[in-house]
Design a protein around this ligand. Structure first.
Ligand SMILES: Cc1cc2nc3c(=O)[nH]c(=O)nc-3n(C[C@H](O)[C@H](O)[C@H](O)COP(=O)(O)O)c2cc1C
Length: 349
């Protein structure tokens, strides 16, 4: 196994002078928490674990969120929940924990729990469209119940945490609540909001409703992160131009290519996928073991190779990998053609 921590693949500080003019890259304060940049990585269930967040931070993300965490699960001390709260060694302090739930007292108790002590920022999920969550009156269901949503935000603010809210622009088309909901969040004490410009019914498809994000931005004075459909620096610049948002939140784009954060600082599109995969795997390995790390990283590697010439073919090889060494060999063959190939009769592990 030769998965060792690699030297940094990118240094935001070194690249800062080359920031692109098109996107207004700048530090941003969320309550008392200072973010080094206004380009942040969204919460992504199944992906934004500590190892992935470390990569995003190193490429220049201003803030990362945990995967969404059930407030009830946290209070029941569930093992799965504890795992979601794992932080990386030397992880920047600002990482926000995202909670979901529907009851103000439970969410407040979660904010005050010992488990959340390492997280200064608590983000409240008021946008999750998944039926199981929605039917429980949680996530995007709160868009249709402003009084309950307000109770939740103000209860969590009373815990002393810096509270932010991530929400969608409405439940369905023609029934937009973005401005009203933004105002409610600010009034209840939220320090920032992130607005996903799609409705619950739209899930992740289609153009975001830019005018709804703009309406939310115009309704409040706390920082607003615009989210939805941003897949390039140019998309981010257009999003800010159309909405007036203070920052942007990358979601699927970061999952497919965490190096996109570096592009905001002027880095080119080329990046060292092998080094990044090794680094992420090295961070995961002690926590999750070989098999789980390999299975997760073959999926991530397939994402990271998207759009590269020949990537389609190598995906099949990636998904056959059972160990990190096999994964490393496939990547080395893809990029340099210099690793032993199974076809040559040499075992790939
Ligand atoms: C795989 C996946 C997992 C997600 N998990 C969460 C989550 O845990 N919490 C949350 O608020 N949003 C979650 N989202 C929504 C994203 O944060 C984001 O709002 C959405 O993908 C829109 O942004 P995009 O168009 O740039 O991808 C998830 C989205 C995807 C695709």
């Amino acid at each position: 196994m030769s998965v060792n921590a690699e030297p940094p693949v990118f240094s935001p500080r070194a690249e800062r002078g080359k920031a692109r003019a098109a996107f207004p890259l700048a530090p941003l304060a969320v309550g008392g928490v200072r973010l080094p940049s206004n380009v942040v990585c969204a919460p992504l269930a199944g992906y934004t674990d500590f190892a992935f967040r470390m990569l995003c931070y190193r490429f220049g993300a201003g803030l990362c969120y945990t995967e969404m965490v059930s407030a009830k699960g946290l209070l029941y001390n569930s093992e799965a929940t504890k795992e979601l709260l794992r932080r990386g060694e030397n992880e920047p302090p600002q990482t926000a924990v995202q909670l979901f739930g529907g009851e103000a007292d439970i969410l407040r108790a979660a904010c005050e729990s010992e488990a959340l002590a390492p997280f200064p920022v608590v983000d409240l999920n008021m946008g999750c469209p998944v039926p199981k969550v929605f039917k429980n009156g949680e996530g995007s269901a709160l868009l249709a119940d402003l009084p309950r949503a307000e109770k939740i935000v103000s209860a969590c603010v009373k815990s002393g945490k810096t509270v932010t809210v991530k929400f969608r622009v409405g439940i369905g088309r023609g029934n937009y609540v973005a401005a009203e909901f933004a105002k409610m969040c600010e009034g209840a004490g939220a320090a920032a909001i992130a607005v996903h410009g799609r409705t619950r019914e739209e899930y992740y498809a289609g153009e975001p409703h830019f005018e709804q994000i703009a309406a939310a931005k115009n309704a409040v004075s706390v920082p607003v992160f615009a989210n939805g459909g941003i897949f390039s620096v140019e998309d981010a610049a257009a999003m800010v131009q159309k909405t007036g948002a203070d920052g942007v939140m990358l979601a699927r784009a970061a999952m497919y290519c965490p190096h996109l954060f570096a592009e905001f600082y002027g880095a080119g599109k080329e990046w060292d996928v092998c080094a990044a995969v090794k680094e992420q795997a090295a961070a995961m390995l002690p926590a999750y073991g070989e098999r789980r790390t390999a299975v997760h990283m073959r999926k991530m590697a397939a994402f990271y190779l998207r759009g590269m010439r020949g990537a389609g073919q190598v995906r099949r090889e990636l998904f056959a990998c059972e160990t990190l060494q096999e994964l490393e060999n496939v990547l080395a063959r893809f990029f340099c053609g210099n690793a032993p190939s199974a076809a040559e009769g040499v075992p790939a592990d």
